[in-house]
Design a protein around this ligand. Structure first.
Ligand SMILES: [Ca+2]
Length: 188
């Protein structure tokens, strides 16, 4: 029975929930509507549709495709993208886009293409587009190319990326796995 307990410990310490992180910085030549907010409003951690929490990139001041580059202070293993698409003006959001993942030297590690969808009404914090893909390791920067938009540009409240957590050596998961390995060795 002791063996069963150790096995359970190993499984209970492993978490499969997605862990969303905000990029540490961004750069772009895009121009946010001057009556609205700076581009950094899409990585300020605020996802609701109140004024001041998102950007409006209209096609009178921007040319699409349009690039926004995100950077992380430490390399990340990325397996998902969450886009709080649209803001408080239904009919203006990101449609086709590409994400290009790069390492700290600027070499391309992989890419992902997706299509955003417009919130059906004024957007709420829980109203986002989720995209999942095979994990890409050692990502230091991500180029987000917005290829097409709904009507006359797009509004974006926030972006985040799903990062695969690196387990701490002292975490219950590793202790459990070590215990399981010990039991398997003893069983031989
Ligand atoms: Ca925001």
């Amino acid at each position: 029975m002791k063996y069963t307990l150790l096995t359970f410990t190993a499984l209970s310490g492993v978490t499969f929930a997605q862990n969303f992180i905000t990029p540490d910085s961004l750069s772009s030549t895009a121009t946010s509507n001057p009556t609205r907010e700076p581009l950094t409003a899409i990585i300020d951690g605020v996802t609701d549709s109140s004024l001041g929490q998102g950007v409006h990139l209209d096609d009178s001041t921007n040319t699409f495709p349009l690039d926004i580059s995100f950077a992380f202070d430490t390399p990340q293993k990325i397996n998902g993208f969450r886009l709080w698409n649209g803001w408080n003006y239904p009919g203006s959001s990101v449609e086709d886009f590409t994400l290009t993942f790069k390492d700290s030297g600027g070499s391309v590690l992989g890419s992902f293409s997706g299509t955003g969808s417009e919130p059906w009404s004024v957007a709420s914090s829980s109203d986002f587009n989720d995209f999942s893909f095979a994990a890409i390791d050692n990502v230091s920067s991500i180029d987000w190319t917005i290829i097409s938009t709904t009507v006359g540009g797009c509004e974006i409240r926030e972006v985040a990326f799903s990062a695969v957590p690196v387990p701490e050596p002292s975490s219950p998961a590793l202790l459990g796995l070590a215990g399981l390995a010990l039991v398997l060795r003893r069983r031989k």
